[in-house]
Write a protein that binds this ligand. Structure first.
Ligand code: AMP
Ligand code: MN
Ligand code: MN
Ligand code: MN
Length: 276
């Protein structure tokens, strides 16, 4: 059976390894089919694809698009996108253009909580100056000794109601799905278990997602517990969405699943790769 990992990050977004090093680590861990899915950015796909060719791995150009849905930020993966497609590239460029001002506001919010220099600190961690993410702030707060690790950070900071959270308008769900599909890709709803949404709200989201052309649901993710693998496999079947697997790898040791080490999909779902 082939080993798939269809969600990971490089230094083009908030990962700590270059695209080539992400691919090499995946190859070492036995991955057969890999997608790089940087936040709002596709510039790493070319390097990753070239390195994958050297290792004999199958590479899928990917992206993880930030979306505002009701009161929540959600993430939509685009798998198998054509990175040269201008409408997708333009849409993503527009998203990145808003990130620096947001990062400055995050810095101001942390300063009000007594933590200075966070914008500059986060920026030091960012490999792409258009792509300062909350993960970069989290790494700065760990470095400063404010929190012990990034997981602890997202409990006390950077999330709604806590210092370092700022409202931000990302694109709408239908726009993100249209860009992905326009570039020939499959839209997959990332880590549904992470969203603060009721059970009924999740069903409404999945209905809207599918109606807008979404085709997949990320069932196995490092953002999920094994119980959630089963829960989202059930929803994938119910909503006739294909099921995806991704480590959401960012950095060695930062989460409980390393790249390529996600468990297999539960029985009875149709994988996103069923007709690849
Ligand atoms: P942003 O796109 O700037 O809002 O940053 C989102 C990123 O922060 C995610 O892609 C993760 O890398 C990280 N993140 C968000 N929430 C958590 C969490 N609860 N635990 C660990 N990392 C998180
Ligand atoms: Mn991230
Ligand atoms: Mn995500
Ligand atoms: Mn991700």
């Amino acid at each position: 059976m082939k080993r798939y990992d269809l969600h990971c990050h490089s230094t083009w977004s908030d990962g700590v390894l270059s695209p080539a090093d992400v691919v090499r680590r995946a190859a070492k861990n036995g991955v057969d089919v890999l997608a790089l899915t940087d936040h709002d950015e596709i510039s790493g796909n070319a390097e990753a694809r070239a390195t994958a060719a050297e290792t004999g791995m199958t590479f899928i150009d990917g992206v993880e698009v930030s979306v505002s849905y009701r009161e929540e930020t959600i993430h939509v993966l685009g798998l198998g996108v054509d990175s040269a497609q201008p409408a997708l590239a333009a849409g993503l460029h527009g998203i990145r253009a808003g990130r620096d001002a947001r990062a400055r506001r995050i810095g101001e919010s942390l300063a009000e909580a007594g933590i200075g220099g966070a914008y500059e600190g986060a920026r030091q961690y960012a490999g792409n100056e258009q792509l300062i993410s909350r993960a970069h702030f989290a790494r700065y707060l760990v470095e400063q000794g404010v929190v012990s690790d990034t997981h602890a950070c997202f409990k006390r900071f950077l999330v709604r109601g806590k210092p370092g959270f700022v409202e931000h308008a990302w694109p709408a769900l239908d726009a993100a799905i249209a860009w992905i599909r326009g570039a020939g890709g499959m839209a997959v709803l990332a880590h549904p278990g992470r969203y603060r949404i009721t059970r009924d709200g999740m069903k409404e989201l999945l209905t809207e997602f599918r109606d807008a052309g979404g085709e997949g649901l990320e069932v196995v993710s490092s953002a999920h517990t094994p119980e959630q693998f089963v829960e989202y496999a059930t929803l994938a079947r119910l909503f006739e969405l294909k099921a995806s697997v991704g480590s959401d790898f960012h950095a060695p040791g930062e989460s409980w699943i390393d790249i390529g080490n996600a468990p297999p999909l539960p029985e009875g779902v149709t994988p996103v790769w069923s007709d690849w």
